[in-house]
Design a binder for this molecule. Structure first.
Ligand code: HH2
Length: 262
């Protein structure tokens, strides 16, 4: 899954693709590099980010969704939103995957929109909201709590008419988690996969990688991100949400070839 942020304020690439034509070109490039899913977002979820209203979010994402769905019909176009109306209009414009970082908690209409469309749904765990989530996040057993939350939200989605085959789950690396929480979730990712849904992991360029490697600039965290992506894949992740598609694809090819060797 390649990230296309149509925002002025995303933590790693804010402002780079805010012009729709540039965002589309970036999405095409990520697809050419090997991304099967293009995840288009119009609202930053970085710690402390301010919410964006529906009209502005639609204005940012719709032309990009529409053009990418038209230009690369073989790719899955994903809308990264927690607003039901944005998801609905993006689906009309060609999106077939809804990436909801609030796992249906942000908008009571979301489950119905996804159920009616029959599209894919990613349910992500977050503790609190982007404005507050990094203020002293605390868990007993982070992996057990995240797994229980994702199971409960999947059950909620199914009760609202979403088919189990439509659902994917994501532990939400960096969303209300300390570095230790992120690392434990990655090390024990097999326990999240054991819930029974395909697992999505997004760790690309995130700040815990900067604190481990000493790299303050998110764009300098490519090697760190690739290492994390390979490990997540080895522990059961099915979808890796990344900014640096070409490097990740190469690394995964080598890892897969190695594990497939006699
Ligand atoms: N991370 C971000 C945004 N959306 N969605 C899922 N499913 N999983 C993630 O880990 C995830 C996500 C944050 O990264 P980014 O989009 O690069 O930054 P921003 O939220 O500042 O736009």
């Amino acid at each position: 899954m390649g990230v296309v942020n149509v925002t002025p304020d995303s933590f790693s690439d804010g402002g780079q693709w805010i012009d729709p034509a540039r965002a589309v070109a970036h999405g095409l490039e990520l697809h050419a590099e090997g991304a099967g899913i293009l995840d288009i977002g119009g609202e930053s979820t970085r710690p402390g980010a301010e919410p964006v209203d529906e009209a502005e979010e639609l204005r940012r994402v719709l032309p990009v969704v529409e053009e990418l769905a038209r230009a690369v019909p073989q790719a899955t176009v994903s809308i990264d939103t927690s607003k039901a109306r944005v998801a609905e209009q993006a689906i009309e414009a060609g999106a077939t995957y809804v990436n909801d970082v609030t796992a249906l908690g942000g908008d009571p209409g979301m489950a119905g929109v996804v159920a009616a469309a029959g599209c894919q749904l990613c349910l992500m765990h977050m503790l609190g909201s982007p404005r507050t989530m990094q203020q002293d996040p605390t868990y007993g057993d982070v992996v057990a709590e995240v797994a229980a939350f994702l199971t409960e939200r999947a059950e909620l989605a199914i009760a609202a008419g979403v088919a189990p085959e439509q659902i994917q789950v994501d532990p939400g690396i960096g969303f209300g988690k300390t570095e230790a929480h992120n690392l434990e979730l990655l090390r024990r990712l097999d326990e999240i996969a054991a819930i029974g849904f395909p697992v999505v992991v997004g760790l690309s360029r995130k700040s815990f990688l900067g604190s481990i490697t000493g790299r303050g600039d998110p764009a300098a965290r490519v090697a760190a991100s690739v290492a994390g992506a390979v490990l997540a894949w080895e522990r059961g992740a099915s979808v890796l949400r990344v900014h640096d598609v070409a490097a990740t694809v190469d690394a995964l090819k080598v890892a897969a070839a190695t594990l497939a060797a006699p």
